[in-house]
Write a protein that binds this ligand. Sequence first.
Ligand code: PRP
Length: 216
Amino acid sequence: MAEKLDKTISIALPKGRLGEKTYAMLEELGYGCPGVMENSRKLIFEDEAATVRYFWVKPSDVAIYVERGAADVGVVGKDILLEYQPDVYELTDLGFGKCRVCVAGPENVTPNPDRTLRIATKFVNIPKSYYHARSREIEIIKLNGSIELAPILGLSDVIVDIVETGTTLKENHLEVKEEIVPISARFIAGKAAYRFKNDEIAAMNAKIAAWLASKQ
Ligand code: PRP
């Protein structure tokens, strides 16, 4: 029994659309587990054969669970990997969850290049390294959501945020000024898990790779 439990792969799923897509893919690959998609307050799900165990966590927390070994593998946006640089293996680009991290600001307004650029964002390191490479003085104003409000209310000159369809920007009379980096979902593994459950994780990753190839 203990042997069997040891080989269970713990999977951190990001709550929301990305996690739902991830689960749909894993279910198709034979890693289905009853109850995962039921709308309940339950947080942990395990299949009868104890092949997989799923947790739903906040998207920005997936990498922390995986880095610290509380989950063996997970799926996370590339933006989180760039921002937090967790010590994990980035195994596969899943090709979904596509969006861009962009600098955006009020339509037809160019910030004064001689003044410190005030940036509202939930990211800190992505804008810092982007503007450091361009020798541009910046001030980061860290927010946790509704970032688009900041330049409208004069709290910042621009925002650095995720743009997917562009609808949020458009509805608030903001526009993309610069694209920093394209993003997609990544399948990640913890370093210890990758060593101790290598066969299981490698098999899962190979199935994912074959699934991706079949979609092309
Ligand atoms: C993200 C992002 C934008 C929006 C962009 O927010 O921060 O607000 O999506 O998507 P769009 O280009 O398709 O309009 P999210 O919904 O993740 O919520 P948050 O504001 O709490 O981060």
